[in-house]
Design a binder for this molecule. Structure first.
Ligand code: ZN
Length: 240
């Protein structure tokens, strides 16, 4: 592992436009469950599978049941940034890292101090009224039971991309633009099996593609450096 860490340090030293692309593994190290993984929520017992509950159709038809699950399992507002979040925020402050692209919705990168964060799947911290588009913070959803409603009577919906919903085009374009410009792309905590991760990395044209993941991924063969390990532990080894 040490020789790989040394290469990682060397790559970072040589780079001035680093982009980090992170998956659920970045958040699981802060104790947030990954609802796509075998060890995650799918193994737990609910009346409906999480993928059903977290879908657009379920939200529209069973809004109260959606919120019961969402408050219990998705609103991890007590979670704290781990060494991966902290190191990435430091890299941004030093001008090395230009953006974090994340599939997570927990806001932990911002909590760690990162400013340029592209949230492909939205954020639990943003909510809006489906009728008048008024905005609400997470407390408006968290501190209540039942379906949160706006003063206008409209239902409040989290700004989170549910199954069956489209990703935000503006966020995707910005992510692609950053990846195209990147001289180093670090991908962490994702097995790259899920859209749009696998497609986005095709826009990278540099020669420092780094994969940090506990298990192998389908693109290990095309990476310039593969480190199998905890994203937090690995990034923590990088001394700036
Ligand atoms: Zn409203």
């Amino acid at each position: 592992m040490q020789s790989e860490i040394d290469v990682l340090k060397q790559f970072i030293g040589e780079s001035s436009y680093i982009i980090f692309f992170g998956g659920a593994g970045v958040s699981t190290e802060s104790g947030i469950p990954d609802f796509r993984s075998v060890d995650g929520l799918y193994n737990q017992k609910y009346k409906y599978p999480p993928e059903t509950i977290l879908s657009h159709n379920f939200f529209m038809s069973n809004t109260a049941d959606f919120y019961e699950f969402y408050r219990a399992k998705m609103l991890c507002t007590d979670a704290q940034p781990n060494p991966a979040h902290i190191k990435l925020a430091e890299l941004e402050k030093r001008g090395k890292l230009k953006a974090v692209i994340t599939q997570n919705i927990d806001g932990l990168h911002q909590k760690a101090g990162s400013e340029a964060v592209l949230e492909l799947h939205g954020s639990i911290h943003r909510n809006f009224c489906m009728a008048c588009k008024a905005s609400f913070d997470v407390d408006a959803v968290k501190g209540h039971t039942g379906v949160p409603c706006c003063n206008c009577g409209g239902v409040v919906k989290p700004d989170v991309v549910l199954f069956g919903e489209q990703l935000n085009d503006g966020v995707i374009s910005e992510a692609i633009s950053h990846i195209r410009k990147a001289d180093m792309l670090i991908i962490g905590g994702t097995s790259l099996g899920v859209y749009p991760a696998a497609g986005l990395i095709n826009y990278y044209k540099g020669n420092k593609l780094v994969l940090i993941n506990k298990s192998q991924t389908p693109v290990d063969g095309s990476a310039d450096l593969v480190i199998n390990g905890s994203i937090g532990k690995v990034l923590n080894e990088v001394v700036l």
